[in-house]
Design a protein around this ligand. Structure first.
Ligand SMILES: [Zn+2]
Ligand SMILES: [Zn+2]
Ligand SMILES: [Zn+2]
Ligand SMILES: [Zn+2]
Length: 470
């Protein structure tokens, strides 16, 4: 292990010890990555579902501008404006607490006669909270990668230019750095209720990206991040998360990663023009209806060729057609089945069923087609879409992903409903097994649906990760 990795591990150890989540026999270590800088590696063989580590945020705050909620507990009932006139809201039970007092005093100290606080202040809270951290936590932030490009750190400009607050140089510099680190590393945290939060988890931030991840993460009630193996991991293997959307094709993922994370992915999936046989990128050839795929997916603006007649197409043309189709079908009207038929008839000559745009349309169909009020036919369509997307996930080799859990849970409900109507969809799918697998994937997740929580209860499973981790 080189000096930087050793130093990093020391900072992480201190961070975890201080929060009572350090474990001596750890399953991970920091090492030099083949791809970029540092990475995290398995210290022994790890089984699917095993907890690799638990991390806790050094900073936590709202991610987008939510409806007004309590800035301490994110509750939105009976909230009132903070009596100290900082411009933010609190709920009755947080009014007496002191969780908000430091940031409240700070915001008030920045105010001049002209300044005012708007709901935009909510997204500035996470970086502002970094001002109150001690040296150890500041060290955790400073050791992480930061995005210094001008599009990052808009929070400081919001505060200075829109809300006319007066920050001193030292504060401004530190908040700017925190914003740059947050943009490069923060995780979306889905609490039980309330708005989506963003949290900075130092150890999790060291995980590199792959479009073929081998772990998944969930959050508990106290915003701990529990990192679990999504498939078997061998000793010495690098541990990868995914920062992109699993169902996007290579061009979409790589463009998005380059724009937001400033790197071009070169993982095994990005290498393979067929993306493990899913052909998520495929367009239909105008001449022969073969699949047009990128010749070398690692080159931006390269040439795409038909796999049966060798006809060549420029990538820019492909990207244009995809964006037109995606836009045309991004809004699905209320009579979704009409749109479904329309989509099929409009797109079937341009893209195959396996193309990303078609897959995303199916994915949306699953959630738009609701429950009990659906006709038998619509239920069957929903079931088909569910199985199709699940099959693609399987081929993409992402293991026990969050999306798989979500879809299995939905498929379970769908199967149950069909059975109650006397329709057997597919003998191959046993609804109890589906539910059981979903329950395993959701393990320790505070946002798990009730049906899943009931499975845990029925099996007398402890839902406290402490019982498994330590
Ligand atoms: Zn509250
Ligand atoms: Zn206040
Ligand atoms: Zn990739
Ligand atoms: Zn062709």
């Amino acid at each position: 292990m080189d000096g930087l990795c050793h130093e990093t591990e020391k900072i992480i150890e201190n961070h975890l010890r201080r929060r009572g989540i350090w474990k001596d026999e750890k399953l991970w270590e920091v090492g030099k990555s083949r791809f970029s800088g540092r990475g995290v590696y398995a210290t022994r063989d790890i089984q699917p579902g095993e907890i690799i580590f638990v991390d806790s945020p050094v900073i936590l705050g709202p991610r987008a501008i939510p409806e007004n909620t309590c800035v301490s507990c994110y509750n939105d009932t009976n909230i009132v404006l903070c009596p100290m006139s900082c411009g933010l809201y609190l709920c009755p039970s947080c009014l007496d607490g002191d969780k908000h007092s430091q940031e409240c005093a700070k915001i008030n100290s920045w105010k001049t006669e002209k300044s005012f606080v708007t709901d935009r202040m909510m997204i500035c809270l996470a970086p502002i909270r970094s001002l109150f951290l001690d040296d150890s936590d500041r060290e955790s932030i400073s050791m992480l990668e930061a995005h210094r490009e001008p599009q990052h750190g808009i929070e400081v400009d919001l505060m200075k230019k829109k809300m006319l607050l007066e920050l001193c140089d030292e504060e401004e510099n530190w908040i700017r750095l925190t914003c740059a680190v947050l943009d490069a590393n923060s995780f979306e945290v889905l609490p039980k209720t309330g708005p989506t939060l963003r949290g900075l988890f130092p150890l999790s931030s060291l995980l590199n990206h792959s479009c073929v991840p081998n772990v998944m993460h969930v959050f508990d009630e106290d915003h701990h991040m529990i990192l679990k193996a999504a498939k078997p991991i061998k000793k010495g293997e690098e541990i990868f998360l995914t920062y992109s959307r699993i169902l996007w094709c290579t061009l979409s993922r790589r463009t998005h990663l380059l724009r937001t994370k400033h790197f071009a992915c070169e993982c095994p999936r990005c290498h393979d023009p067929t993306e493990f046989g899913t052909n998520l990128s495929a367009m239909l050839c105008e001449s022969c209806s073969g699949f047009v795929l990128p010749k070398n997916p690692l080159i931006f603006n390269g040439v795409w060729t038909c796999n049966s007649c060798d006809r060549q197409v420029e990538e820019s043309k492909i990207a244009f057609i995809m964006s037109v189709l995606a836009k045309r079908f991004s809004d699905v009207d209320e009579d979704h089945m009409k749109s479904f038929d329309l989509f099929r008839s409009k797109s079937e000559k341009i893209i195959p069923k396996c193309n990303q745009v078609s897959l995303e349309f199916m994915y949306r169909t699953i959630w738009i087609l609701g429950g009990a009020e659906l006709s038998d036919e619509h239920f069957q369509i929903k079931g088909e879409c569910l199985k199709y997307v699940l099959d693609v996930l399987m081929k993409l080799d992402v293991g026990a992903s969050k999306m798989r859990g979500l879809l299995l849970h939905e498929l379970y409900k769908c199967q149950k409903e069909l059975i109650s109507r006397g329709i057997v969809m597919d003998e191959k799918f046993n609804e109890d097994e589906i539910l059981e697998e979903a329950a395993e994937i959701y393990m320790f997740d505070v946002s798990a649906p009730e049906i899943i929580k009931n499975v845990w209860k029925k099996k007398n499973l402890s839902t406290d990760w402490n019982d498994y981790f330590f």
